[in-house]
Design a protein around this ligand. Structure first.
Ligand code: ADP
Ligand code: MG
Length: 250
């Protein structure tokens, strides 16, 4: 049982190829990190998996427990258990944070079944306490006027409430100070489980000090060019991405 990406190719709508054959298998229970220079296609990969518009899949496959995710709508992918925390989370004016998450959970229940409001708020507050999010955020519009760090913590709150099978976190560490980073890591670590996998996309090694990955992959020019254990992240931190210039062009 895994999230399996095979020889995935994707272009922008103008035909520019961004993903040039990405292959990656993330079994449940594992945390994989993707690092790489800016512009290498990391966010594109996460958005193509989540079903973001603006990209065309031109080859390869992505399956969740053997099921082709490209045959599913964005909503179906989400309900099937794929959660993407965006690099740049959107604001949703007029919808309170509490109602937003509640609607997402309600949508996952069988027809006619009502989410228990008391139990919902009980859980929500417990997760908010863990992530050190002030209670007043329940009533505020989703991400509206939130600082960068608050948005990122809010993404992790959604992740914790929705309990996906796969959490994809796109640079959830960027713009966080060390205390906020530790809080985000605490949330993610609390969600690690044998039945759940993670794909952490990060430009810096720092996050991986707090969320220890099982595997680290380097993405460059739309491909995974190196894979290794956690030590690869340290190596990249020390030596940078210099080695990439020696690679043959795609
Ligand atoms: P990363 O997350 O690794 O920094 P991205 O996936 O964001 O990389 O971007 C990969 C490349 O694709 C970059 O050159 C970027 O400018 C381009 N790109 C991605 N999405 C778009 C888009 N919607 N419109 C135009 N260019 C895009
Ligand atoms: Mg990115």
């Amino acid at each position: 049982m895994s999230l399996h990406i095979h020889d995935l190719r994707a272009t922008l709508e103008d035909g520019t190829e961004i993903l040039k054959g990405v292959t990656l298998d993330i079994p449940k229970g594992e945390v994989h990190a993707i690092m790489g220079p800016n512009g290498s296609g990391k966010s594109t990969l996460s958005k193509v998996i989540a079903g973001h518009e603006g990209y065309l899949v031109t080859g390869g496959s992505v399956t969740l427990d053997g099921q082709d995710i490209f045959s599913m709508s964005i909503d179906e992918r989400s309900r099937a258990g794929i959660f993407l925390a965006f690099q740049y989370p959107s604001e949703v004016p007029g919808v309170s944070n509490a109602n937003f998450i509640r609607a997402a959970l309600q949508a996952r229940l069988p027809q006619g079944e009502e989410l228990d409001a008391v139990a919902y708020y009980h859980r929500l507050y417990a997760k908010m306490d863990l992530l050190e999010i002030d209670r007043k955020f329940t009533a505020r519009s989703v991400n509206e006027g939130f600082s960068g760090g608050e948005k990122k913590r809010n993404e992790v709150l959604q992740l914790m409430m929705l309990e996906p099978l796969y959490g994809i976190l796109d640079e959830t560490d960027s713009g966080l100070d060390i205390d906020a980073l530790k809080i985000v890591a605490k949330g993610v670590n609390a969600m690690r489980a044998p039945h759940r996998g993670f794909l952490l996309i990060t430009h810096y090694q720092r996050l991986l000090d707090y969320i220890k990955p099982d595997y680290v992959h380097v993405m460059a020019e739309g491909r995974i060019v190196r894979s290794g254990g956690p030590e690869l992240a340290h190596e990249l931190e020390k030596d940078g991405y210099e080695f990439l210039k020696d690679l043959a062009p795609a």
